[in-house]
Design a protein around this ligand. Structure first.
Ligand SMILES: Nc1nc2c(ncn2[C@@H]2O[C@H](COP(=O)(O)OP(=O)(O)OP(=O)(O)O)[C@@H](O)[C@H]2O)c(=O)[nH]1
Ligand SMILES: [Mg+2]
Length: 214
């Protein structure tokens, strides 16, 4: 059993993945908001239903298949996982919601952790909400965007697994989501690589704007 709040991989030698545009270091898995990094670097969170592709997207962004844990078993990410990017900001891989086979008690605990983080964290500057291109958004997806809107923080919708549908269906889904949420929608796929460059650009811009505004 892991001690609440302590980074779970802290004793292992830290792994840093460097590509031309990104340097990424896993910092820790957190179960308690009081234990989050205190260095005042801004956070961009990645959220979405269990199995939507959050950890895979992060791996694609940083050019490593092993940075964040990916599994065919939903419910893999149970904590707030912090990845330091270019020594400038954190990408936070959040626990997925809506996986029916996880007990009600655990779902409630994850939900509370997510809500507390998204509504309270002082260093959060934006959210990337992942939606599977083959599914309809759920009440929980809408609730998350509401929490960010209440704080005046930006949300970018990323439509995942777009390699699974043809172009017409992707365009139709994109228009549908744009109309429903009134937010920018970006197609993404770890298979075709679509969206990687655009998403990196969006996250870097958000961080630059934040740093300029300080
Ligand atoms: N075809 C395809 N499969 C994908 C894509 N992105 C993710 N997957 C697959 O979807 C499954 C779930 O991916 P994860 O990245 O673990 O999803 P997650 O959202 O982090 O899941 P939790 O940690 O359970 O919340 C894995 O089998 C991935 O290989 C994609 O763009 N295309
Ligand atoms: Mg995950």
């Amino acid at each position: 059993m892991k001690k609440a709040g302590s980074p779970s991989r802290s004793k292992k030698k830290s792994k840093i993945i460097k590509t031309r545009r990104t340097e990424c270091e896993f910092v820790g898995s957190f179960f308690d908001l009081k234990a989050l990094p205190k260095d005042r670097l801004p956070h961009i969170a990645i959220a979405g239903r269990s199995n939507v592709g959050k950890s895979s997207l992060l791996n694609k962004l940083v050019g490593s298949k092993k940075m964040a844990k990916v599994s065919s078993t939903p419910g893999k990410t149970r904590s707030l996982n912090f990845f330091k990017m270019n020594q400038k900001f954190y990408i936070v891989d959040l626990p997925g919601y809506g996986y029916a086979k996880v007990s009600k008690k655990i779902q409630k605990d994850w939900g509370k952790l997510l809500e507390n983080y998204l509504t309270d964290s002082a260093m959060l500057i934006g959210l990337v909400l992942l939606l599977d291109c083959r599914r309809d958004p759920t009440e929980q997806d809408r609730q998350l965007t509401g929490w960010l809107a209440a704080r005046g923080l930006p949300v970018l919708i990323v439509m995942t697994k777009t390699d699974k549908l043809n172009k017409d269906k992707i365009n139709k889904k994109s228009r549908q989501l744009q109309a429903e949420f009134g937010l920018e929608v970006m197609p993404f796929s770890i298979v075709s690589g679509i969206g990687k460059k655009e998403l990196l650009n969006s996250t870097f811009s958000l961080v630059s704007e934040y740093l300029k505004s300080k």
